[in-house]
Design a protein around this ligand. Structure first.
Ligand SMILES: NC(=O)c1ccc[n+]([C@@H]2O[C@H](COP(=O)([O-])OP(=O)(O)OC[C@H]3O[C@@H](n4cnc5c(N)ncnc54)[C@H](O)[C@@H]3O)[C@@H](O)[C@H]2O)c1
Length: 359
């Protein structure tokens, strides 16, 4: 299990290219990398709202450089990445919302699959060793909803455009890994590429539309009950620090073992640790101290997977990575973050990061 001291030994003074640094997970990752002493060049679109976490933490000040540009601009991406000469690349940038995927399907495929190819082309153009962690999702698996946890070799697929676009990104990653970054010829190219699949995350500072925690917070702030679209859906809820710690553990492991770890990994909570949307809402409201909810199931709502489970045994065996907190603790940390109004967003994040990783 990684702690701050070990991570500082790996990342201090290292150059990290972080796509999607203006997003929810990216803004948390930026703060961790800054704490570790890494030099971060971010590449993403501008934050969508003034109140986004990236603004609240003054993200520009934590970056060596923040590039506001489109992943679809292949030439710009390649120029920015190659010029920076990164030791590590974390590829977070994506159209990350399931509902927006239904509204903008071809755009979602372009950003998520083609954008991943652009990132891998940029890494190809880099004339130095580099470790790349490509972030996809637990939704990359063909999901018959039988309740069995997915293993990394299970069939990829996706019902909705977001899930399918991320499965397509996985196919792209695997093709580039075999064709250009083959572990068998690592001593020639010195590039190690892994894919990281984690599930729904929760944590302070998420203000995205159509995600459950931001929906609850917005409802509480406006004094209304939150409408639950899928109250019975069971999800493997994780605190945002769990997958971020996993991505860092993976990248740090790849420094020691670039050949053996150039593969795909699941990073999910323990299978016993699942909660329905309704139970999550109840715990959040109790920890926050106020709020209420109503059932808003819609007859013609777009399809969303009801049950998703990951088998993370490979990460345990090869990376010694295990979840550190259960869903109830993750919800409590999240509710506390939003409820605490007298502390800055940065201070709240840093104290949760330090508590999570330990020294
Ligand atoms: N949040 C979750 O529950 C969750 C779960 C599983 C996987 N993921 C994955 O983690 C990653 C980060 O998710 P998030 O929750 O922070 O999403 P987010 O929507 O908060 O942030 C997305 C980031 O990608 C950037 N981006 C989007 N389109 C872009 C484009 N065309 N060009 C450049 N940048 C672009 C945005 O500017 C932003 O910085 C994504 O790859 C997402 O699919 C998220």
């Amino acid at each position: 299990m990684v702690n701050l001291t070990d991570l500082k030994n790996t990342f201090r003074g290292k150059r990290v290219f972080l796509s999607g640094h203006t997003g929810f997970k990216g803004a948390w990752m930026l703060q961790i990398l800054h704490l570790l002493g890494a030099e971060v060049k971010g590449y993403a679109l501008a934050p969508e709202q003034d109140g986004d976490l990236y603004h609240l933490i003054a993200g520009d000040k934590l970056c060596h450089t923040s590039v506001i540009a489109d992943i679809c601009d292949k030439q710009r991406l390649e120029t920015e990445l190659v010029r920076f000469e990164p030791d590590f690349v974390f590829h977070f940038a994506a159209q990350a919302l399931v509902r927006r995927g239904y509204e903008l399907p071809s755009y979602t495929f372009f950003v998520n699959a083609q954008g991943t190819a652009h990132m891998l082309d940029a890494i190809r153009a880099l004339q130095k060793p580099c470790i790349g962690v490509m972030i996809t999702t637990d939704k990359v698996y063909e999901n018959p909803e039988r309740g069995l946890p997915f293993k990394e070799d299970d069939k990829l697929g996706g019902y909705d455009p977001y899930s399918a676009s991320k499965a397509a990104a996985e196919v792209v990653i695997d093709s580039y890994r075999r064709s250009f970054f083959n572990p068998d010829t690592y001593s020639v190219h010195h590039k190690a590429i892994a894919a990281a699949r984690a599930g729904n995350v929760i944590g302070g500072g998420d203000y995205s539309p159509d995600r459950i925690i931001p929906d609850i917070v917005r409802a509480i702030q406006s004094g209304k009950p939150v409408g639950l679209r899928n109250p019975a859906s069971v999800r493997p809820w994780q605190h945002v620090l769990e997958p971020l710690g996993a991505y860092l553990a993976l990248a740090a492991g790849m420094v020691q073992n670039p050949v053996g770890l150039s593969t795909a990994f699941n990073f999910g909570p323990y299978p016993s640790d699942l909660l329905s949307v309704e139970d999550l809402t109840k715990i959040f409201i109790r920890c926050f101290g106020e709020g209420s909810y109503t059932d808003m199931q819609q007859a013609n709502a777009p399809h969303e997977a009801k049950l998703l489970l990951l088998d993370s045994a490979k990460a345990g065996k090869m990376l010694n990575w295990y979840p550190k907190m259960d869903a109830a603790r993750a919800i409590e940390m999240t509710a506390t973050w939003y409820a605490e109004r007298n502390t800055s967003a940065s201070d709240k994040c840093i104290s949760q990061i330090e508590a999570y990783f330990g020294n």
